[in-house]
Design a protein around this ligand. Sequence first.
Ligand SMILES: [Zn+2]
Ligand SMILES: [Zn+2]
Length: 360
Amino acid sequence: MRITAAVLESAGGPFTLQQIDLADPGPDEVLVRVHSVGICATDLEFANFFPTPAVLGHEGSGVVEQVGERVTGVSPGDHVAMSFTSCGDCPLCRGGNPAYCRQFDAVNFSGRRPDGSSALSRDGQQVNGHFLGQSSFASHVVAPARAVVPISKEIDLGVVGPFGCGFGTGAGAVLNVLRPEVGSSLVVFGAGAVGVAAILAARAAGCAVVAAVDVNTGKLDTARLLGATHGVNSTEGDPRELLTAIAPHGFDVAIDTTGREDVLRLAVESLGPLGRCGVVGIGPSEQMSFEWRSVLNGRSITGIIGGSSLPQVFLPKLLDLHAAGNFPVDRLITRFPFTQINEAVAALRSGEVGKAVLTL
Ligand SMILES: [Zn+2]
Ligand SMILES: [Zn+2]
């Protein structure tokens, strides 16, 4: 079928809207008509080196139109969120940890299905897709059934997309991995969509002190409005001193969403004894470094992919939390028509919006 997709022609962009071809779903795949799709920092990062021409996008929501012959559990007409995919066969997938699938990179980041084919093509030439199980910067997606999560038809599809990555990544780091105790202290570095989702989850988990650190005053204001007890602008003084004033004995939990070497070091050093640092950001730095003595007092560092979630279990729970008013992410979202994808990317890059969601 002919679809409209935002095609990345060369590294760095821009995206151009084009008519391209989408093959029918295979036996284990589903065809989804996209309702809306969030733009995540990972799209912008991968746009710099993903093999082109390509279709990115991995925070899609929509309606199932067709399912392959072996697909069970989802039917045409179902509303779905889309998330990352996994092989389903390795010990980590079988153990309920698909975010750490042994084939994770091959099935999410190769641009192709495991057999080397792509569902996307243009003038008979294959176009790279299958990005994080989706490539949802498009009117339609052929996704593996494993990447699709059925949701209630009562939920606004316009907010659902980012639950599949950004919101789920931040909230999952807190609720699935770090699990702070009631009354504990937590600090989040980077108050973008992932960071604010972590802050909201920390409040839902009963943390008494939830500090947000950023360089953008507007983002810190939003974080405080949504539940951060403290906002720290790291350009307005020595961030170490500012954090010590909030948690004199160090934080119980720290989360880095920036992927920046200096910030990662600060995150580890902001912890108290036995404190735990979750690393969730993909950022500009290749390395992290710190004095080895700084982890002797029981501090630990954990990398976390996709909120360590089993999407079919975690996303409905997070959507329930949202429906009950305890995960109010709506205020983070700014909607753009799909035709304004490049404007939305620019607004995201400048920090003018927290989470851009394209509506088809
Ligand atoms: Zn696997
Ligand atoms: Zn993402």
